[in-house]
Structure formats: structure tokens, C-alpha cells
Design a protein around this ligand. Structure first.
Ligand code: PEP
Ligand code: MG
Length: 662
């Protein structure tokens, strides 16, 4: 039984429609194939189907053989001709969603000079989050996969195939158990479900079995088969398909580990007070780790303003990053002591070092307690102007810590986590509720939400990013949003809805040209008009820009005419002024906001703001630097926004400084 048709599925059979199609096909007993041109593949394998590359308006035919062949062909043809009819959303849906890249930390080239050993046997990295940690090492290094690399004899082939099939079953059972567990967040569930579907897909299975038939051991066969399929995905030259290639490699790795009886360390298993040690860790992976249990973070990669550092500071976790090769000294270590102020890490500390750290940790706890007295202090200049000490936040979960610290509002709400958290782009309703809840949490202070700033070191799934030579100079922040108005408008509409709370403000990241502000304003007006026409309640918000590119500094006078406030993002401003990557430990010495060139840029932006009569604050990490705060106040900044953990110390410093000045 065979019938042809023209595909009417918008954007073709990739992503979600492919999984729906496969789910439909699997509902029939018959063997079912989809044929495009000369090629025919099983309609029950989403991997094969996606690799067939069926586009909208392509002519294909459905061929079925079996008891329910007629019904199968009818149903699949009906779906291809009218995909919106009759297919329910369901649990298998997640398989179509992009899985965030499971990053395989690659050895990083780091200048040996960057981590010279210190006298007491310790090692040095970048001091990325202040505080002291002493605890058991939790090494999070991926297991090495070493295949047997032998040619199987004829009588070894059948048992090796069985070993592979058993491993798949064990892995599926393991993934099913994780899916059934209560503790898993919805977004993680989607990732696991997607990987499970690939593990059970015929494409990988058939290729692996064929490779074993050719004499390869199971691990080598899985690696060969998955690499071939991953390459096929990559050849399609589509960012979505490239992400499927990563899924393929990720699940192949899990199959190999199962075959070898190994397991990667899971962040969920971190014991209390442990020092997490990794070559590299994604910001999102860290954000999902049980942060309350962490006694410290140590990484071979990363710098003081990387997002891993920012997350660590937000949660008051000491961190030393950018250790380079020296991090390998901790691979097998049992215990470590780390000093996030100086960047020192002591491996297997002796009794004297332990005693010194214990004493210092005790002193730091006492100091923290004493700082609580400054929680409600409102720092004021002699002319009565209040200096807002606000919080930088990345999620609603951090609101409580900010309130407890005495935050005077939010100077930066990074919306990226909202987008990174979910397999789908967050809906307008969900975003509106999040922004509104944030505004309600600080009713007496401004709450500044930054529009989506992805790209650079903050990619997200759900948006296809091109391969870029220089992602930090590429398609990120406002640039990407103005190109993807479908995503941007959802966020702007949500912000307009949340703006019924009068304290909401909005700022744009990575601005380098006034046109970007004008185009955003036009979109805001468009969104406001739409909401009004729909009868949806909305308000207005002051619009500001981040000053984080040299272009924004030199063009600050022009920008100041277009917006209500500036907020200086020293993390990016420093990397762009100094031409020193914020993630690269080899140039960490140059990546310093205290450099006169960066301070001159801050001053120039401050002058432009004051000349135009608009407010200027700072939300980069330098806002909490005690050595720079007096300068920022002298320059005229009236808001400093920082990790909640730094708020009370800053209030103390400001109250002493302003009192002296008065
Ligand atoms: C900055 O660049 O200073 C900033 C606050 O933004 P982010 O760190 O999120 O890039
Ligand atoms: Mg920035």
C-alpha cells in the first residue's frame, strides 16, 4: 500500500512535527516507510526521519506493509496534509525539543604562568567569589571512555550484540526511573525524555548492530555509529539539527558508560559542605546544582565575571576559577581548602592549614553577623540624594536572600535563566507573572528587568545560534532580540503587563547604537497597542540602557537623549575596553574594572548622564568593589546593584564614606 502527497507541515518534518509523525506511525503494527525521491526510511525512527530532511511542499509517499497498512497510510497522509488536526500533545512531545548541549569539557589551553604554585603547596587561580571553604572534594570530571579496540571473532559477535541490547535496556530503565522520580524539574524531565527517545530509536541501534557485525566491540561500535549519525545531522547545516547531533553524542556517551559499568558523577550527589571541582562547568548546570550544600567551587576554566562566578557570588559560595591545568591536582584529592579572596586552593590541607581556615571561617561568620546591623541603612549623600544599594538577581528564588540582605530594589534582573530553565521559550503569561511577582517583592523601590541577553557565554536552547568566530562580538543581547522579534515581543508584552506595578523599569543589554533603542521603542509601542486592542491591562515603564560597549560610552550623550537611565555593566565594559575576554584566565590580569581606561569610560558615561539629567547606576560586578565605590560615588552614580551577599558590606562602607564626606 503506497500513496503520495505534498507536505503541508510548516517548516517541514523536523522538531516537534517529526516526533508527532513518528508517534502516529508507531501506533500501527505495519512496517511503515516514508519515501522522498530515491530514499526510503522507517517512519518509526525520528532520527532517520529528521535526516531525510522533509521540507514543507516536498512530495513524499507513505508505504506500508501489514495488517493495518491502509489505516496507517491514511492517518500519516492526513497528518502530512493537515498537521494541526487530530494529534494530541503528549508526554513524548519532549523528544522534539532541543536538548541543551551536554557540554563535554575540553582541555583548555592555559598559560602555565597563570597558576604558579605558592610556597605552602597550594595552587592559585582567579579569585572569583569571596569567602573561605574547607571540605571534602567532589570531583566532577567526565569519565574517560576507553573502548576495547579489538576485532571480534565470529563467535563473539552474537554475545556482543546482546551486551549492547542489554545496555540499552538498562539505560532506558535508568532514564525511566529518573523520569518517574518526584524531584525532577519539568525542564530536566524534557531533556531526559528526549535522550530516552534517541536511545530507543532504531537508527542508532541498527547502525551499531551493523558495526558489531563488522567486528567492532560494542563501545567502539556505538562511538562509530553515533559519530556517523551526528555527522549526518551536522551536514544538514541547520542549527536545530546540529543540536540533535549533540543529543546523539550525549546519549552514545551514556550507552558507552553503561557498557563499561561506569557513571559520571552527578551534581545531585554532592555531599554537604563539599568543594565542587571541575575542569569546566556550565552556568546553567551550576544553577541547577544543590547550591545550599556547596562549600566552594573550583574550576580549571572561567574568570571573575563569568556567569559561574556570578552565580557563586549570588549564593555566597567561595569560588576560585581559571586554575588551568593545576585543577588536575584535585582530581583524586579528598579534601581542599579554598580562599575566594586571594584565589588560593590548598590540596589536602595539613593540620595547621585546617586550623587556620577554621579560624578564618569562624571570623568571617562573626563579621557576617555584625554586618546585619546595616540591613536597613539608607545611604544618603550630603545633598540628601539616596544611594540605592540594589540586588542583581537571576530568578525569583533569590528574592528572599535579597530582601533579607536589605536590598533597595533590583538593579538587574537577568532574564536569561528564565529562558535557560525551560525546554520551551517561556510564555508571555509565565513571564508576565514572574516580572509582576518581582515588582511586588520590592514595592517601595525600582525593579529593573533586563531584556534577554543571550549569546556570548549565555546561549539557550530554543534559539538557534549560528557558529560564530567571536560570540562575544556577535549576535547577542539586543542584536539578537531585534532580529527575533517573535521572541522579543513576547517579552515586551509581558513587561508591559507587569508594568501595572508602577515600580518596574526595563533596560536593554549590549546596546551600541541609538537605532537599537529607537527600534525597541517602536516595538514597545506596537506591543502596547496590541494589548490595548485585546483589552489586556498594561502599564508603562521607564526604558534604560546598559553601558557595556565602548560604543555606548562614546555615544552616551546621544543615548541619554533617548532613555530614562543608564546602568553600567562593567563585566562586559571591561572586556570590551580592555579587549580581554572575561572568561579567559590567561588575560584575567587585564580584565580589571579598576584599570584607568575602564574607570575613564565609567566617568565619561556618568558625565553624559548627568549632563542629560538622567540617573546612572552600575550593575556590573565592580559595583561591590570597596576599592572603587568611593570613585563611583564621586562620579555621580546613585545606584549600585550587586549580589545580595555584598549588600550589607556596601551599605556599611557607604554610610561611613558619606558620613565622612558630609
Ligand atoms: C555586565 O556586563 O556588567 C552585566 C551586568 O551583564 P552580564 O554580566 O549579565 O553580562
Ligand atoms: Mg553584560
Amino acid at each position: 500500500m503506497e500513496r503520495s502527497t505534498i507536505v503541508r507541515v510548516q517548516d517541514g518534518l523536523h522538531a516537534r512535527p517529526a516526533t508527532r509523525f513518528v508517534r502516529l506511525a508507531k501506533g500501527f503494527e505495519s512496517d511503515v516507510e516514508i519515501v522522498k525521491g530515491e530514499k526510503a526510511v522507517s517512519a518509526k525512527s525520528s532520527v532517520k526521519l529528521m535526516l531525510l530532511g522533509v521540507k514543507e511542499n516536498d512530495e513524499v509517499s507513505i508505504r506500508a506493509d501489514g495488517a493495518d497498512a491502509i489505516e496507517a497510510v491514511d492517518a500519516l497522509i492526513a497528518y502530512l496534509e493537515n498537521p494541526l488536526s487530530g494529534v494530541e500533545e503528549g508526554a513524548g512531545e519532549s523528544a522534539t525539543q532541543p536538548v541543551p548541549p551536554q557540554k563535554e569539557p575540553a582541555p583548555k589551553k592555559v598559560d602555565a604562568e597563570a597558576s604558579p604554585p605558592v610556597a605552602d603547596g597550594g595552587i592559585h587561580g582567579v579569585a572569583a567569589s569571596a569567602g573561605l571553604g574547607l571540605g571534602p572534594v567532589f570531583a566532577h570530571f567526565p569519565q574517560q571512555i576507553v573502548p576495547a579496540n579489538k576485532t571480534l571473532s565470529a563467535d563473539e559477535i552474537a554475545p556482543e550484540k546482546k551486551r549492547f541490547e542489554d545496555a540499552i535496556v538498562r539505560l532506558q530503565e535508568k532514564l525511566d526511573r529518573s523520569l518517574a522520580s518526584d524531584g525532577m524539574q519539568e525542564s530536566d524531565r524534557g531533556i531526559v525524555a528526549a535522550l530516552r527517545d534517541i536511545a530507543s530509536d532504531d537508527a542508532l541501534r541498527d547502525e551499531t548492530l551493523a558495526a558489531i557485525d563488522g567486528g567492532l566491540d560494542a563501545v567502539s561500535a556505538v562511538i562509530a555509529a553515533s559519530s556517523r549519525l551526528a555527522d549526518d545531522f551536522r551536514k544538514l547545516d541547520d542549527a536545530y539539527m546540529a543540536a540533535r547531533a549533540e543529543d546523539m553524542e550525549s546519549i552514545a556517551r551514556q550507552i558507552c558508560l553503561t557498557l563499561l559499568g561506569q557513571e559520571d558523577a552527578r551534581l545531585d550527589d554532592i555531599p554537604d559542605g563539599a568543594i565542587l571541582v571541575a575542569e569546566d562547568i556550565g552556568a546553567w548546570d551550576l544553577a541547577r546544582a544543590p547550591l545550599k550544600r556547596l562549600g566552594g567551587v573550583v574550576c580549571g576554566h572561567g574568570g571573575a565575571t563569568s556567569h559561574v562566578a556570578i552565580i557563586a557570588r549570588t549564593h555566597g559560595i567561595p569560588a576560585v576559577l581559571g586554575l588551568g591545568e593545576a585543577v588536575n591536582q584535585l582530581r583524586e584529592a579528598k579534601e581542599a581548602a579554598i580562599d575566594g579572596h586571594t584565589g588560593q586552593v590548598v590540596v589536602e590541607p595539613d593540620a595547621a592549614t585546617r586550623a587556620r581556615f577554621d579560624e578564618m571561617i569562624g571570623a568571617a561568620a562573626r563579621e557576617k553577623e555584625a554586618l546585619k546591623a546595616y540591613k536597613d541603612v539608607v545611604p544618603r549623600r550630603a545633598d540628601g540624594t539616596v544611594i540605592q544599594v540594589a540586588a542583581n538577581l537571576g530568578s525569583l528564588e533569590e528574592v528572599e536572600a535579597a530582601q533579607e540582605a536589605g536590598a533597595m530594589g533590583v538593579g538587574l534582573f537577568r532574564t536569561e535563566l528564565l529562558f535557560m530553565r525551560h525546554m520551551h521559550l517561556p510564555s508571555e503569561d509565565m513571564q508576565a507573572e514572574t516580572y509582576a511577582e518581582l515588582a511586588r517583592a520590592f514595592p517601595d523601590h525600582p525593579v529593573i528587568v533586563r531584556t534577554l541577553d543571550i549569546g556570548g557565554d549565555k546561549p539557550i536552547s530554543g534559539v538557534e545560534f549560528p557558529e560564530e568566530e567571536n560570540p562575544f562580538l556577535g549576535w547577542r543581547g539586543i542584536r539578537m532580540c531585534l532580529d527575533r522579534t517573535d521572541i522579543f515581543k513576547v517579552q515586551l508584552r509581558a513587561l508591559l503587563r507587569a508594568a501595572v506595578h508602577g515600580n518596574l523599569r526595563v533596560m536593554l543589554p549590549m546596546v551600541s547604537d541609538v537605532e537599537e533603542v529607537r527600534r525597541t521603542r517602536a516595538l514597545i509601542d506596537e506591543c502596547a497597542a496590541e494589548l490595548k486592542a485585546e483589552g489586556v491591562a498594561c502599564g508603562e515603564f521607564p526604558l534604560g540602557v546598559m553601558i557595556e560597549t565602548p560604543a555606548a560610552v562614546f555615544g552616551a550623550a546621544a543615548l541619554a537623549k533617548e532613555v530614562s537611565f543608564f546602568s553600567i555593566g562593567t563585566n562586559d565594559l571591561t572586556q570590551y575596553v580592555m579587549a580581554a575576554d572575561r572568561l579567559n584566565p590567561s588575560v584575567a590580569n587585564l580584565n580589571d574594572a579598576a584599570h584607568p581606561a575602564v574607570m575613564a569610560a565609567v566617568e565619561q558615561a556618568a558625565k553624559a548622564a548627568m549632563d542629560a539629567g538622567i540617573e546612572i547606576g552600575m550593575c556590573g560586578e565592580a559595583a561591590a568593589r570597596g576599592d572603587l565605590i568611593p570613585e563611583f560615588i564621586r562620579m555621580g552614580l546613585t545606584e549600585l546593584s550587586m549580589s545580595p551577599a555584598s549588600i550589607q558590606a556596601t551599605k556599611k562602607q557607604l554610610s561611613e564614606l558619606l558620613e565622612t564626606a558630609a
